[in-house]
Design a protein around this ligand. Structure first.
Ligand SMILES: [Zn+2]
Length: 190
């Protein structure tokens, strides 16, 4: 198992619902946790906040979300199965996003500030989550993956919204024409 990146077409597909939470599904969740932490070891300035199953080429509606997005030492994740956005609320807020599957590009992405999500936990319990701020953003980003949507799609026409990270961990604006517009494979168009 490894993390797949653009322009891999599997990132653009719609994932299917999980019918039964069995050993196969639990194994997929374990692999997601492991891959997220492996990625983090190679990215010293970043925290692996979340991941969706299609990011390792498994087209099933499963995401994992870090329990504490501030503390790298806390390496536990909650898995959400068949997560669904029930509704979004609040004003639209722009903030930085990155993605394990979109290497070295970051974006200033507009998202609603609050979201209500329903999902199943690993033990089958149905939960409803009311989230705001960073957690709301993360949930929306990950649920997008289950429908083949990447954060870059939300800012495609905003040439001032793209950034890259320098070797000190600072985000600096990228030359849109040079780096983004002229790279159709970033969007999965070859
Ligand atoms: Zn992502």
């Amino acid at each position: 198992m490894k993390i797949i990146t653009t322009p891999d077409g599997r990132l653009r597909e719609k994932s299917e619902k999980v019918r039964e939470i069995d050993d196969e599904i639990r194994g997929i969740i374990d692999d997601m946790r492991k891959l997220s932490l492996d990625w983090e070891k190679e990215h010293p300035y970043e925290l692996s906040a979340a991941m969706a199953a299609p990011q390792m080429g498994v087209l099933k509606r499963i995401i994992i979300v870090r329990d504490d997005m501030e503390d790298k030492k806390n390496a536990t994740f909650t898995a959400l199965i068949n997560p669904e956005v029930i509704r979004t609320e609040g004003k639209t807020v722009r903030d930085y996003e990155g993605c394990l599957s979109v290497p070295s590009i970051y974006g200033m992405v507009p998202r609603p500030s609050k979201v209500k999500v329903k999902a199943k936990l690993e033990d089958g319990t149905e939960v409803r989550i009311k989230a705001s701020g960073e957690l709301a953003r993360t949930l929306l980003h990950e649920i997008d993956h289950l429908d083949g949507i990447l954060f870059i799609d939300h800012i495609r026409d905003d040439k001032d919204a793209f950034y890259e990270m320098n070797d000190k961990g600072d985000l600096i604006p990228v030359d849109y024409e040079k780096q983004i517009k002229d790279n159709p494979e970033l969007w999965g168009e070859e």
